[in-house]
Write a protein that binds this ligand. Structure first.
Ligand code: IMP
Ligand code: MG
Length: 180
């Protein structure tokens, strides 16, 4: 009894996620050979992913956080991005890697990439644990991707529904009856 009643099923287990995060880190370690990495975690959803990923990076790694809100309901993005918390550090001339939990419509990241590239980093890449390609409204290039998932609302491993479930070690599909 408990939380599990809220879920349709577990979509990605703790083990599956951990294996994938390891693979992504390997790719990043290869691609950033000889360079420092400037990680930007987009709060709040990417906090666990960022922690697990950062532990496996072998290059000198700077870490900063940014929180943006896209207006609209919990399950919908309007694409109007507002900065709630900005970076503490300058990203000018840095090799920046954005760490995001999920790309849905793509509107949030589209706006954010434009905003950050205006600050003239040396490079700007995107790492997202999840993507829902069926929901895409604006094209987004994801340089490092964990999993492509169907159009279902998922929670856990940082992802929330109304601020709940972020602490789950796995990713589950939320029952429609919870949010409809
Ligand atoms: P986008 O602008 O539509 O790409 O919105 C992306 C943001 O919406 C993510 O960073 C999440 O905060 C949220 N989001 C989209 N889909 C889900 C989901 O299935 N579960 C939890 N949050 C989601
Ligand atoms: Mg959210």
């Amino acid at each position: 009894m408990g939380l599990n009643q809220d879920f349709e099923k577990v979509l990605l287990s703790e083990e599956e996620i951990s294996k994938k995060v390891g693979e992504i880190a390997e790719q990043i370690n290869r691609d950033y050979a000889g360079r420092d990495i400037f990680l930007i975690a987009i709060l709040k959803g990417s906090f666990i992913f960022m922690g697990d990923l950062a532990k496996r990076l072998e290059r000198p790694t700077y870490i900063d956080f940014m929180e943006v809100s896209s207006y609209g309901s919990a399950a919908m993005s309007s694409g109007d991005v507002k900065i709630i918390k900005d970076l503490r550090c300058s990203i000018f001339d840095k090799d920046v890697l954005i760490v995001e939990d999920i790309i849905d419509s793509g509107k949030t990241l589209n706006k954010l990439m434009k905003l950050l590239s205006a600050r003239k980093p040396k490079s700007l890449k995107l790492c997202s644990l999840l993507t829902k390609p069926d929901r895409r409204e604006v094209e987004i290039d994801i340089d490092y991707l964990g999993f492509s998932i169907p159009d279902e609302f998922v929670v856990g491993y940082g992802l929330d529904y109304n601020e709940l479930y972020r602490n789950l070690p796995y990713i589950a599909v939320l029952k429609r009856s919870i949010y409809e």
